[in-house]
Design a protein around this ligand. Structure first.
Ligand code: HEC
Ligand code: HEC
Length: 358
């Protein structure tokens, strides 16, 4: 992410929030409203086996709270999915959301940093989108309050799509499929409002709760090594589950887990300018962790073995390092147990779910 645009953007979001965004969303579409209504009548038939009719909440997960202006409907979902996989969202039509959030990689990718258009290098590791419906805020410093707003970032960032919602709306205005889908979904032509709302609807359906660990909770077996790993994970000795807690294996708090003594990326400090937020990063979910290597905000740890070695060592000294991060003294067997337990959080059905595929 380009820090200065990012700052400006976050600043606007935080201090100039709702009214301005609402005005922005309201102003643009009026121009093309009449045009779009007058020219779309071809029916789009959505095939049953590729249309999500209803959000299926995984067992043990809470209900999803949808924004009041963006309740789930199959039409909204279908529009959002089409946009998520459409490369025309990027300035030179070379990338889509799935370029960095690939289903086969648990909706993350396997690069340390993902390149944006024209191979412009990114600065953070792409996180998984599994269960983003439940996140209370977005990005590693938590500066973006909703999924709807988060979409502005990849579209506008210089090193992601380097485009804008206004130009995107212009580009797609003669696309009858889109115009018709948008009318069906939101009763208005495709515009900034329907683009951001529909993509978010699709993202809220990226749900993963069918791992071997989930099945274990409802009666299936784990191996004895996986059980030992589970007990370590949930123990006071490792503290893993204090931060990686709950059904999504994160408490979403900002923590420092001792990766460096000096961090090139200042983390939440970028948003707040407070010393206590220096090098604090949102705790990541551990679901599908076997699919989403490399790890940490900067993708600096290539494998789960490296992650476990890191925690086992107690990490580097940093003023904000959590007291929960301390040398663990795990044996080779225990490290392996912990790793095989983490791999039980992989959800293969999620990775091959046809409904979420391009
Ligand atoms: C060039 C690669 C790239 C592309 C393209 C991209 N993303 Fe991302 N995405 C990232 C990176 C890197 C982050 C992490 C940003 C951070 O933590 O500051 C991210 C973060 C996110 C998050 C926040 C997740 C969280 O845990 O807080 C969401 C949601 C998201 N992206 C959705 C999308 C959508 C929707 C699109 C398409 C409109 C998209 N991304 C396109 C790389 C990309
Ligand atoms: C003090 C809170 C805390 C504790 C305790 C903790 N973690 Fe983490 N964990 C984090 C944070 C914060 C991140 C993200 C750091 C970053 O982005 O640089 C993270 C990241 C990870 C990641 C990489 C996630 C990804 O997608 O990149 C793994 C794997 C992980 N932790 C496993 C563990 C295990 C195993 C333990 C126990 C040995 C543990 N964590 C203990 C806070 C914690």
């Amino acid at each position: 992410l380009n820090i200065s645009t990012y700052f400006l953007f976050i600043f606007e979001l935080l201090y100039d929030t709702e009214s301005k965004l609402k005005m922005f969303f309201k102003k643009i579409p009026l121009f093309i409203l009449f045009f779009a209504i007058s020219c779309s009548d071809a029916e789009i038939v959505l095939e049953d086996d590729v249309l999500l009719k209803k959000i299926e909440i995984p067992l043990g997960f809470p209900e999803i709270s949808f924004p009041t202006d963006n309740a789930f409907t199959p039409e909204r979902w279908a529009l959002g999915k089409k946009l998520f996989y459409d490369k025309r969202l990027s300035r030179n039509s070379s990338l889509n959301c799935a370029s960095c959030h690939k289903q086969s990689d648990g909706f993350a990718d396997h690069f340390q940093f993902s390149d944006g258009i024209e191979n412009r290098p990114g600065t953070r590791n792409a996180p998984s989108l599994a269960n983003v419906a439940y996140h209370p805020y977005f990005t590693r410093e938590g500066g973006v309050p909703t999924l709807e707003m988060q979409i502005l970032i990849p579209i506008q960032e210089h090193n992601e799509f380097d485009f804008s919602l206004v130009l995107l709306q212009e580009r797609l205005k003669d696309d009858n499929d889109y115009q018709e889908m948008s009318m069906k979904a939101y009763g208005r032509p495709l515009d900034a409002f329907t683009i951001t709302r529909s993509i978010s609807t699709f993202e809220r359906s990226i749900l993963s709760g069918n791992s071997r660990y989930d099945k274990y909770l409802t009666g299936s077996q784990l191996t004895s090594s996986e059980i030992k790993g589970k007990d370590l994970f949930f123990s006071k000795r490792t503290n893993c589950s204090t931060c990686h807690s709950g059904f999504n294996f994160t408490n979403y708090n900002f923590e420092n887990n001792g990766l460096y003594t000096t961090y090139p990326d200042v983390g939440r400090y970028r948003l707040t300018n407070k010393e206590e937020d220096l090098a604090m990063f949102k705790t990541q979910s551990l679901r599908n962790i076997g699919f989403t290597a490399p790890y940490m905000h900067d993708g600096s740890l290539a494998t789960l073995d490296e992650v476990i070695d890191h925690y086992n060592s107690g990490g580097k000294q940093h003023q904000n390092k959590s007291p929960l991060i301390k040398p663990l003294g795990l044996s080779e067997n225990e490290k392996n147990d912990l790793k095989v337990f983490l791999l039980t959080l992989d959800d293969y059905k999620f990775r091959s779910n046809k409904l979420l595929a391009e």
